[in-house]
Design a protein around this ligand. Sequence first.
Ligand code: HAM
Length: 439
Amino acid sequence: MVLSRKPLKGMRELTPGEKRIEDYIIKRLREAGVVYGFEEYETPVLEPLELFLAKSGSELAVEQSYNFTDKGGRKLIMRPELTPSLARMVAASGELIYPVKWMSFPVCYRYERPQRGRAREFMQFNLDILGVSGLEAELEVFLVLRRIMNSLNASPGRYVIRYSSRRLASEILESCGMTEEEMAQAFAVIDKKDKLEPDEWEELVRNRIKIERSADTVINFASCSDPNAPWLVEAAGGSEACDEIVRFSGMLRDAGISEAQFEASVVRGLDYYTGIVFEVMDTGGKNRRAICGGGRYDNLVGMFGGQKVTGVGFGLGLLTLELFLETYGLIPDSISGKHPADIFLAIYSDEERTFAVNLAENLRNVGVSVEIDITGKNLSKQFRVADRKSIGYIAIIGPEEVASGKITLKNMLSGTETECEVSEVLRMLRDRSLSGEAN
Ligand code: HAM
């Protein structure tokens, strides 16, 4: 039997070149979290199904998940997201110092139809603040998002942080007499607004929401792009939720976060959001999936019993972010093409092997990444390997090098050669890479 060469549909398989790009993005994300004082944590991939049934809603926990019964008869789920696990961990940790500022890089699983920006196995970056009920937490999270995008060279006009308020939306829908169930349906319809043409969407609203006044309310509300829009002020002016969103947009303005834009149609799909919700989108329309989604969830931790702890945070998809960066040429060529080795030691003959192996070890001891020939092939084949792997420098170890203790570094890109003492190699490589001469 010939086995398939493909992994399961939608599963995450990365070549070293692809992994280097992912690592470059992870590094930037982690650095952004660290400069705001976030600490890293981990939770299990396998979780009890009931945790996600209770917290994420049945669409995600049942229809869009990998769930199964294990050999002990337990109903389990491969985590489709991280937030319920985080809430449990916070509820269980007695001695936390608030505000808790935590971040994590979970691999998540969702049984969705794989398409551009949607996989069945994907990595998220999660960043959450727990224990802050004021909008300062949302502001800090928006600042982190802006820093992330800046650090990846995404200019402000290329993306937008769209935000709205679940609380405001609920208030408006409640005011036209909708039940909880009708409101959940209205949220689902509002969520479709940006995926459909305007007239298609309006038709959908009128099909799903039979009471004309309610359908009108949904259409009017979801069309607001200003927290001070006359319709909104008329409908909800003076309410706590309306005041909150007006205040938040003022805070964003004062902090100079011009990338943020109020869009009432942002509701995000998860049931646990209770306040401000937000997403990061590509403004160029080339990537229709949110790069990041998040919001405030004030009741999630309290559902485990014990103390109520408020929360705000987001999940950012590494796949959606990478597609965005790729679309606008923001992934430096040097990342995908760069081999980890700084230098390749080619060996003239077996006579010099011991010398070369010891030299390689000494260089590695001082932090130089060295690949050495281990094939015993002739020099031209060794050169070809170093060239195809795009290793920046090569040095031949032959009888002369063994006798003199000096080696000649050849820059594989420019062809220039420099003779130096072995003890000088680290400094030479460092100087070259600082002057931009290396790959
Ligand atoms: P979410 O909106 O379900 O939120 O997902 C957040 C992000 O994860 C999305 O915007 C997208 O970038 C990425 N993502 C989701 N599903 C897929 C998929 N199938 N393939 C690739 N990327 C995907 C949550 O997960 C919340 N737990 C986020 C959160 C944290 N809220 C508060 N704290």
